[in-house]
Design a protein around this ligand. Structure first.
Ligand SMILES: [Zn+2]
Length: 169
């Protein structure tokens, strides 16, 4: 009798688990079919993928380059280069890859990712515009691999390069 009760409890629990499982699938499927995976506008794949490192100081204090530049809407202020980036995608398993500008950050280490559907030059100014860092009326000095660079905004991003941007009020 005890064993029979145990069996009833077990099958009830299993039944609940199955119901939850199938109700989750039923909820997920219509949502997925309603949102067809968005393809890249140009249909192009990422063919250019380089990384540059950026450290920023403001009046000598370290300023964090935030995670999500060119991904989070509040850190994506300029959209003229979007056509070279990637659009939001949903994988077979329902995982969402967000849309990304060709210049973006995946962490707050200062690593700039260049992931582009075309081989082209991107400048530090492009990245700073996307980030939305206000630099009007401030004294800005760029040091790349130890050398001072005159025009920080027009500086072309190079793979493996270390940049230090010194901003003074
Ligand atoms: Zn990358």
């Amino acid at each position: 009798m005890k064993a029979q009760n145990g069996y009833v409890v077990l099958s009830t629990v299993m039944g609940i688990i199955f119901m939850l499982y199938f109700s989750m699938i039923l909820q997920t499927v219509p949502e997925l079919s309603g949102q067809a995976p968005a393809e890249n506008k140009t249909g192009n794949k990422i063919i250019m993928h380089t990384h540059s490192s950026l450290n920023v100081t403001v009046n000598g204090d370290f300023l964090l380059v935030p995670n999500g530049v060119g991904i989070n809407s509040t850190l994506w202020n300029e959209h003229s280069l979007d056509k070279f980036g990637t659009e939001r995608k949903i994988t077979t398993f329902g995982m969402i890859t967000p849309a990304m500008s060709p210049l973006h950050t995946h962490d707050s280490s200062g690593l700039i990712h260049v992931e582009s559907t075309e081989y082209r030059n991107y400048t530090l100014g492009d990245f700073l515009n996307i980030w939305g860092l206000p630099l009007e009326g401030r004294k800005v000095n760029l040091i790349t691999d130890g050398n001072s660079t005159e025009n920080y905004a027009n500086h072309t991003l190079k793979g493996m390069e270390k940049m230090i941007l010194k901003i003074e009020d």
